[in-house]
Design a protein around this ligand. Sequence first.
Ligand SMILES: [Zn+2]
Length: 297
Amino acid sequence: MTEKNFIPSRSKRLFYKGLFRLFPNLYWQSYKQKSLDLGLDRLYLILSFDCDTSEDIVAAEQIHNWMLERGLKATYAVPGKQLLEGKEAYRQIADSGGDFINHGARPHTEWRDSRYYSITFYNQLPVEEVIDDIRRGHEMIGEVIGQPPVGFRAPHFGHFQKPSQLALLYSVLGDLDYQYATTTVPWFAREFGPARHTDDMWEFPLSGSYKSPLRILDSWGYLESYGQVRVSERYSQLFIATIDALVSTDIPGILNMYVDPAHVYKNEGFFNAIEHTVAKNVPMLQYADLLELLKQQ
Ligand SMILES: [Zn+2]
């Protein structure tokens, strides 16, 4: 049985984006019901860091230490190639509470002509190479961190969203005894809510902002430019506005946000947004905490 694609046609996508921009509450009320059905009765934030470049090593270390001083924990998605390059730093992060998910083995970016280019797209690789990349990513985390991961996110996951592609991932992950993937775009949440459990595998879609719930709120989408890989002020403004709107309208669920550390570690707004989240009493979880919460239901 093939499942219907949760990303609708282009015309429907434009329709929904326009509709929710005007009436965000229409989106969030349906999201709220799905969260309540899962037993989630308050809002949580999960922050994960996509460490695709060499600069992310020092950036991740700095952010991790800043968070550690405040008793906050995050999750790290580091391709095997980068994990080896930043071995000491990442091991230290893991030893002091950072959680690591499998993000494949091959590098995800390449520096050319004074800018980064994305490389390694699963939709462009033969199936055997995708399977091999997941398995090697798994082994490399075990080797560097010393503990095998139980969660996964595909490289440039937005390009690997078809039900058949997700089914492939879940079957490889199932063989490795994984408990979850967090590899889907916000359209998945529109269909299934903040989490979905099928065939012994949880999926946690990434989140958008309050007024653009279907557009992923990541640092890539809000860069100054590709040459100047720093996030613009718009990013933290949207982050804070989203926390405020959801808290004030009492929407429970999971804000599943990911950023590239190098894009934000010199941006004061990013740290303000985290402090703001804490001040608003929105607990920050790691995926393992979330799994525990969901299993209690
Ligand atoms: Zn990546």
